[in-house]
Design a protein around this ligand. Structure first.
Ligand code: GLP
Length: 261
């Protein structure tokens, strides 16, 4: 795992967007795993600007989102499909047919989960998976006790998750109780993972995810098992990390980061 600490939330989002842009320029057919949440809004705004001003080309890119609420239609403003259309897909030159999210309205949810896994496999697997982190440490909606080998499936949302996401709904009771989410195993199969966290509210969980013991209670700790995982944080989210000095030295000195400094 590599941890990169940037001074501000804007710098952290900018670095993540530039890493994605570099991958997409190197491979226009990139299979990109995407995430939702407030953290990603600035990343998508930067990617949209790069598409508009710097010819960043999404026309051949395929995307798979981590998760979707059960019971919300694509038109529901709280659905992740709506979020993605609004923040990214409607603002870049991506072919809508190449954008994939689980269908939380499917009559047979288990069949939908299996179909989603098959689609990922048919596209050759995910090249780069973008990730946020919930305050309790979930990836996607892999709530506490999610198995390390879990695949895309329906998960009941933990109370802490429903509370965390409640401000995005008109009323806390409206937060769905279930979601379809890629499994921990699905995420760990991605060739590269890229997690972004910002703000003091994430400092505790970032330290646990990066430096704490691996546990199914905190699905983000499983990223320690991944061979190519980068974690980008701002100074506020990095506050509780023990190895901050070491991580900063690597970013400032290692040749692989030269073009990003
Ligand atoms: C939701 C999503 C996660 C995301 C998390 C963090 O629970 N399912 O994928 O990481 O929110 O959201 P935020 O960026 O708003 O803190």
């Amino acid at each position: 795992m590599e941890v990169i600490i940037r001074p501000t939330a804007e710098d952290a989002a900018d670095l993540v967007a530039r890493i994605i842009a570099k991958e997409l320029r190197a491979n226009p057919n990139l299979v990109l795993g995407l995430a939702t949440g407030r953290t990603m809004e600035s990343v998508y705004a930067i990617l949209a600007r790069m598409c508009r001003d710097e010819q960043l080309d999404f026309s051949l890119c395929r995307t798979f989102n981590l998760d979707e609420y059960v019971g919300l239609t694509a038109r529901d403003p709280h659905s992740y499909r709506h979020y993605m259309n609004h923040h990214l897909f409607g603002r870049v030159n991506i072919d809508p047919r190449n954008t994939h999210l689980p269908d939380g309205m499917a009559a047979d949810l288990d069949a939908e989960c299996a179909r989603y896994e098959e689609q990922i496999t048919r596209c050759g697997g995910i090249d780069l998976q973008l990730l946020g982190i919930g305050r309790a440490g979930h990836l996607g909606f892999n709530e506490p006790l999610s198995a390390f080998r879990s695949r895309t499936r329906v998960k009941a949302l933990a109370p802490v998750t429903r509370t965390q996401n409640a401000p995005l709904f008109d009323h806390p009771d409206e937060v769905p109780h279930r979601a379809i989410t890629m499994g921990v195993g699905t995420i760990l199969d991605a060739r590269r993972c890229l997690l972004l966290a910002k703000g003091a509210g994430k400092a505790d969980i970032v330290a646990k995810a990066v430096e704490g013991p691996i546990t199914a209670m905190i699905s983000a700790t499983t990223l320690q098992l991944h061979a190519h995982c980068r974690v980008v944080v701002d100074e506020s989210a990095a506050a509780n990390l023990l190895g901050g000095e070491y991580y900063r030295w690597i970013f400032d000195n290692e040749p692989e980061w030269e073009t990003f400094r």
